[in-house]
Design a protein around this ligand. Sequence first.
Ligand SMILES: NC(=O)c1ccc[n+]([C@@H]2O[C@H](COP(=O)([O-])OP(=O)(O)OC[C@H]3O[C@@H](n4cnc5c(N)ncnc54)[C@H](O)[C@@H]3O)[C@@H](O)[C@H]2O)c1
Length: 382
Amino acid sequence: MRIAVIGCGYVADFYMATLANHPELKLQGVHDRDAARAKAFAAFHRIERIYPALDDALADPQVELVVNLTNPSSHYAVSRAALEAGKHVYSEKPLAMQLEQAEHLVALAEQHGLQVNSAPCSVLSETAQTLWKALRENRIGTPRLIYAELDDGNVPRRDYQNWISASGAPWPAKDEFEVGCTLEHAGYYLTWLTAFFGPATRITSFARNVQPDKGIALDVQTADFATACVEFASGPVARFTCSLYAPHDHWLRIFGDEGTLATQNVWDYGSRVTLATRNRFTGRAEKYPTLARLVGLGPATVSLVRKRRFEYRTKGSNPMDFCRGIAETAAAAREGRDSRLSSRWSLHVNELVLAMQHPERYGVVREVKSRFEPLAPMPWAS
Ligand SMILES: NC(=O)c1ccc[n+]([C@@H]2O[C@H](COP(=O)([O-])OP(=O)(O)OC[C@H]3O[C@@H](n4cnc5c(N)ncnc54)[C@H](O)[C@@H]3O)[C@@H](O)[C@H]2O)c1
């Protein structure tokens, strides 16, 4: 399927690093409203066609799918224009900055028989698919409680001024801080858990800007810490945390009556998955994890459903196959089926992420409006 990339900034290099994993995706051309950026990006990656304007990309009949890698504030306008031009859309997260905009995009897509899917796509990773399979196989009994963290350390006090992508784009610190780390990152866990457990019915959120001084002049102050409890229609409850302040912690732990499934880093497609049994012996041992491991009562490794196949790293990126989501959107469009990152699911995740980042706008306690049909696991994990 022929694709056009709109937005040639920091993350676009991560996409280019993994495009070769998906030979069915053909890059037709790129566009950035910053012409110099588009030129540097195209030169670095040896891309022949630069579209001078968004409309030029949308007018190209060869382009079937638009990959929207612009800043979050541009997501709605670019995705909307692409859908109106009859193109499928794969958008970086969040789908939109306002719920009404995201709803409009999904309505437009449905009206035109198109896909509008949103990143992150890490639910298609070997690690997420392994966790999901273990849940389907009832390896921990009834899952009732989930703890998920996405703390990224004290980023404002790190040398982010020196973070430059492979083709020379600076990390967009101002935009990241103004958009907020929860809108940027909570999707990494919310996508997994909504895929595993189905739609959420209610979210209760708290958000605060704990460190307003980010070392850079900001036009907007946005919470850099948020925590939320999410209730799923299927039963479990999850507690999520996101911050740009607490020490780095990307643990996900799913607690069931008979065991705990866990993984340490959601930003690694091949992160190890462990399973700890819960019974009266291990219950005591939980207090003494080092001793428990020594006497063989510690968690066991769950083999990944398949080995992490590709090398994903490029300068500054985590080991994630960024283009896997585009490939899934393209395959769904080609096969005329719902995507594993379906439009309605993307909207559901967008609603949850917005509610967690902005309880002042969407309600401290929010009854979640959006719903989606159950998603399918990857064929190699079913
Ligand atoms: N930076 C990261 O590590 C990272 C990681 C994963 C996902 N993301 C997501 O990727 C997206 C882009 O982030 P980034 O870090 O690449 O930002 P960036 O600022 O480096 O790049 C965005 C590019 O989009 C261009 N752009 C913005 N609006 C446009 C428009 N209307 N038309 C054409 N071009 C436009 C800008 O000129 C810029 O070059 C965001 O949604 C972000 O959440 C970023």
